[in-house]
Structure formats: C-alpha cells, structure tokens
Design a binder for this molecule. Sequence first.
Ligand code: RAM
Length: 872
Amino acid sequence: MIGDAVHCAPAQTPASRSAPARPPVPPRLTPYGLRCEHRRTPLGVGEPRPLLSWRLASARAGDDPVAYELEVGDWSSGRVEDPAAIGAVYGGPPLLPRTRYGWRVTVWARDGAAGSAESWFETGQDVWQASWIAHDPAAVAHMDPPTEGEQALSHHGLLPCPQLRTSFESTAGVTRARLLISAKGLYEARVNGHRVGDAELAPGWTDYRRRIQYQVHDVTPFLLDGENVLAATVADGWWSGFTGFDPRRPGYHYGRFPELIAELHLTFDDGSTRVVATGEGWRTGHGRVRYGDLLKGECHDARAETPGWDLPGFDDSSWRPAVVTGDDHSLLVASRDEPVRALGELLPISTVLVRPGVHLVDFGQNIAGRVRLAVRDQEPGRRVTVRHGETLDGEDRLHTANLRTADATDVLITAGGVEEVFEPRFTYHGFRYAEVSGLDRLDDIRAVVLHSDTPWTGTFDCSDPEVNRLHDNIGWGQRGNFVSVPTDCPQRDERLGWLADAQVFLPTACFNADVSGFFSKWMRDVVDAQSPEGGFSNVAPLLSGVADEGAPGWADAGVLVPWHLYRVYGDDRFLDVDSMVRWVDFVARHNPDLIWRHRTGPHFADWLAPGPATPREVLATAFFHRSAALTAEAARVRGRHGEAERLGALADRVRAAFVEAFVGDGGLVEGDTQTGYLLALAFDLLTPEQSRGAAARLAALVEESGPQTGFLGVNLLCPVLSAHGRDDLAHALLRRTDPPSWLYQVRHGATTVWERWDGVGAPSMNSFNHYAFGSIGEWLYSGVAGIDQAPGSVAFREVVIRPLPGDLSRACARYESARGLISVSWHNDAEGFRLETRIPPGATATVHLPGGDIRRVTSGDHIFELVRGDKA
Ligand code: RAM
C-alpha cells in the first residue's frame, strides 16, 4: 500500500511579521500576496517608479492568466496582454511625497474571468528640513560621573546612550501622523511614552559614508490634544560602536558618537499640516542605558532611570540643549528592506544553579538575539550579569574563546522594587546558553530571536529525522545571520557581510524565505563598496580595516547574487549591468592572458577546505568566466546587446584559456580537486566529453574521501553530482555521518551549521553558526524534494519537478515562489512511487519521475503513481 501524501507542516517558528497568513486557495484565478518594491504595504517607498507585484492562485488546473491591469490612484496601465506577468512598474505621473496610494491588480484568465486584489503603499520623501542632533560627547564626562555599577565594569570607553526629547503643542483632530526617522548609530523612538514601531537595531547597517536608510512609522494613535513629546534614545551601533574584528573606535569605521534625525509630519482634519523636526530646542540627557554596544553588550543602571522622560510634563531643565551637528541630507535614502524584528521567543530547556548565585540556562537552540529576564524583590544596586555562549566548556561553563573580543555581556544594576524586566535594546548576541549571575532565583527568562524580517517561504520534511534537523539548522543559521546584512556569523567580533558566504548560501536562502527586499538593500551595499577601478569587495557594507579588494569567489558575488535574484524573483532591476561590467572589465584589464592571477585581493582560495588545495588560478579563472558569462546574460536581459556580445565573446575566450591552461586529457582539471571539478562543471567550462571525464573523476574523489570542498565548492557538490547522474552519491553525502559531513554535525548536537565541517579548529576561528556549509539546503528543495526551474526560466515560469528519492521513503516541500505556491509530496517504497504536486497559475512544469518517465503538465494539482513489483 502506498500511504497518503504527507503535507509539509508550516514553518516552525514565527519567522516574519510582514507575512500575511496564507489564504485558502480561491476557486478561480486570483492574485494574492501583493507587494510594492518587494514589501507588503511599505511606508516610505523611495523608488519613483515602484514595482508592484503579485502571486497567483486558483483551485482549477490550467487556470492561467492572459492579461493584467494595474491601477494606482487615478492611473491605470490599461489591459496588458502578458501571460507571464507577476508584476509591473508604476508608469503614472510622478508620485507625491508622504502620500498613500491604493492600488489594485486585475488578472484575466483564458476564459475571460477576472480576479483582482488590492493593497497600498506610502511614499517617502527626498527633501528634508530636520537637522542632525546629538548629545555633546565632550560634555558627557562632566555631566554623568560614572555610577558605582559602571566603575565596577570595564566598558571600553563606551558612553551612556543619549536620550533626546522635544515637546510641542498640538490640537485635536490629527488625522495622520508619520514619523520619518534615522540615526547615525541606532535609535529607538517614542511618542508620548509609546514605543514607535517594532524595528530593532534601526536604521540598520549601511556604509554610512555613502548611504543612510530612514524609516517611516505611523504614530497617528499616539498624538494628544495639548502637550506632546517626541523622544528617542540613540546608541553607537555599527556607526560608532565596536564593529567587526578591528577594535579601533570611535571614529575609525564611520563616526564618533550617535546622531539623530527625525521629522514628525502631522495632518489635521482641516487639511492643515505641521512638521516637528530635530534641530534647535531639543534637550538631551542620560537615563538607564549606561552603554549599548553590538559586540560588548549593554549595561542598564535602573537607578538612573528618568521616569516620564518621554511623556508630557517632564521637567527637562537640568538636561542640556542637544547639539546640532549638521544639515546634510544627501545620504538619506528610504529603506529598501524590512527591519530586524523580534520574531520569536524561546523558553529554557534547562536552568541549572552551577555556583552560588550563578545559573546556566540552555535555550536548546543557537540563535541571534538576546535574553529577557524578570528580576523580583531585589534590593537596589544589585548587579545582574548575563553572559552568552554558543557551547560549553565542560558541563557548567560557557565557552567564550570563540567570541574573541565580543564580550557579549549584558548588565543590569537593579533599582529595587517588586519587579524589573531587563532586556537590552541596542545589542545582540549569537548564543544558545546564557549564564546569569547575581540572582538567587531565576524563574522568568527567555531568549528573544532577532533577525531581518524576511517572510518564510519554504518548508521541507522527509523520512530521515536527521536530515530534517539539518534543514532546521540551516534555517536557524539563516535567521541568525540575516541581521540587517547577511553576515558570516552572529557571535564573535566579526559579523561582517562577507560576499562569498552570501553568494554560496543565496539559493538556499531564497527557498527558505522571501529575501528579495533584504538583498535589494544589500546589493546597494555591494555596489557602494565597489572601488573606483571597478573592483568589488570582500565585505559589504565596507568598513575600515578589512582588505577591500575582493578575492575570487568573494567579489564575484557582485555578479552572481543579482543574477540569482533576477532568476528567482523575476525583477530585472536587480541586474545593475553597469556595476557588473565594471567588475568584469577590471579583472580582464589586469589579466590580459585571461588567467586571473593579478589583483586577486587577499585570495582566500577555497576557504576552509579540508582536502587538498585547489590551485588558486583554477579557482579564480573559473569565477572570471562565470562573472563574464552571467554579465553577458544580464546585459542581454536589459537590452544592452553590444555589451552582451562583447562580454559573451570574452567569456568564450576565458573558457578557452581555462581549458588550455588547466584541463588535461579525459577532463582532468589541474589540481585534481573536488572544487576544481565542481566549478568547471557547474560553470560550463568543459566540452561534453571533458564533462563526462571530469564528472567521473569528481565522483571517484567523493567516493574516496567524502566532501573535501571549502566555501567555494560546497554549494555545488550535490547539485553537480545529481546533474551528472550520480544522485546516489549526492544522497550518500547527505546521509554520511563521519566527518567531514553535514550529519556529523547533527549527530554532535548542532542546532545551526558550523564554520568548519568537523567543528575542530583554532578556538578563535570556530563559529558554530556560519551558514556557508549550509548551502546544501538548496538541494534539499531542488534535489531531494524536487522543486526547481528550467535553465532559461525566470520566476518559476517553467517549473521542473524532479524528485530524487535515494533511499528515503518520503519527502515533501512547499515553496511560496514569486509566482505562487509550488509544492511536492512524494512516497517511495518497494510497491511504488506516488507524487503529488501543485504548480502555480501561469507556470507549466516538466515532471521527471523515477525511472526516466517525463511528463509535461499545466498549472494546478497533479498526482502521479508508479506501481512496482507484484502489482506492476
Ligand atoms: C572569515 C569569515 C568568512 C570568510 C572570510 C574569508 O573570517 O568568517 O566566513 O568569508 O573569513
């Protein structure tokens, strides 16, 4: 008997606030999941001609769209015959600033039936009137003698977090209030005592020397008749705090002290308007946050609390005037991404008193975030310390050697009283364990999960619980490392936007979550970091002290990432052809014989490969070819045919140079390493005959020693093996439990993916939450479950369903693609194979059944059964 199809469970943690609940499948063709610039109902859209997009659903098979109409305010696109469309760029008159636009999309099916859906967005502004303000840092020493608690702390020269406030009179009848706000540093804003918005670590990280994002918040419900207060606390953040591994600060990376800029726009019921802006007249003082730093941690002295400071009636006469630091608005841009948010909470799985007054708490999951705890009935002045670690030394001590100089220590000095709740606001840590000292009793503690809000789009489940745990670990690694920028790791003094890590993990990330907005912002960071000569960097945002000339496979992310985003989301504006061309021309200019030897930056080679080293020029030249070929494709898509031809020809010449220099008889690639073969095969550098030889040699190497790749080959291992007919080997790798392997980590208690295959390395270079090796996640969806798209397809218009069961008995995956839901659920046993799949409207699919049977299907639900054995 073949069992019923199993339906994948929804994602296990609330991974987004910006995602609506999935609607039931409508009986007829209907658009849903409407987005403006890849975000749901965004406030503060900066794009003059925003992209408006939608997904499609229908309960009827073959209920495909033929045309759409977009209406925005009074403008209409008219009926546009385009069966492929899932979005269009606004084409009406210039949009007004700070204005809400309702929009509607109508989609017609083949039989003339129409379905429509509505949404809205609000524009931001280009013209500002506010000034940047700050607490005068020179005055801090005089005004705030260190408290007792601070003296006991080593706080690395970090200063108290300034509170800034202004009050203003208003009348009743505010119909609309919008706060446009940003900071050099981090801000948390308040209106009449209410916390504004739910963004954490806002305004996020960019290279602040080039671009500073602002956010817009709806604060209409908070306005009062009479006196009102607009207030904010600011912290150093990435701007002037400890950032990355170079501890020089302040003033080394970006700035010296935090600054705030804000405009509160009020609209009254009589149509009049008023703006309250940062500038002269603001007051500033300090409160409970004695310092807040991303790496060192945060210290609150609850005795220094200034009750009511964010409410009307507070006497701020002892506060100082805020200093106006400038009027330059040229770097302010509207946010392109959803902010970091608190998107889940974990209760401890164990709390143990390990020494008097010291509790060790295990949250059971390695995350990025922070701890919130309640402190009851304490005398004033008690010091409660929370330290964080990913693993333990022995049974009862945090392992902190891998944090390097990130103290990851939060401190509360209690004020006394019935109950105090402590949660830091301007820091985050990578941890599974917390050590809390200073309390005899610990009964209310949780871990708050923070990450950039990227709506979760993928679920995967199969018959091997260890593979499922691996999939979960990959997802947790994604959450913990998508914190404003895609970071390498969330725990140590690094947390940088390394380009290769992002490049190899991106295809996995795109299945797990809708990362279009997140990467639309980060690609701006990547282009901001491009050198005047055209070189992409190693990290983005750029900061001082990190070699900025990009290495092969790192810098190439400037081409590989936008190309993949275009293919997944169908938005060709990801293809910034100018920046891509400048990159390829840069490499070509410095390497006239087309072997990439010069200007390779710090050439990280195949980073952390356990096996024999892949020759550097093999790696580099393979990436050179890949970047040239994809840039040619991108130019073609954007109608830049001259560039397309020129770079296509260059790519051909690089391929020829590669083969000439590095490929021997039978497809042997110089160095004879797994990554050498993987790159040559995946990047299409070989003739069919050479490919056969190379694939056979790759398979032999994998059989001999398991995975031997570092960061630059790991994402290709299983996809290339299965593309060359060795899904048996790909499965063997997936299920392998000896080191190096993915399940070795799972068997050894991993809850995220480790920096090193075996978790063994110099303590200072041994992160337990590094997603690069988690890039096998893509193949769980595209290989094991079998959801992929055809080579020339964009936004899953031509779906490929090709499950690779191996010896698993079942798997299922659901993927909310840019076009709509794609799902697969299959069972495999001695008696037969049964597959259920859903294809979204507007797509067709090729279904590859085990045994070689290939079927073409329309959109809709389909079931296939292969009966084996006696029943055949
Ligand atoms: C390490 C980072 C990152 C890697 C670079 C080369 O320090 O952790 O993962 O891309 O170096």
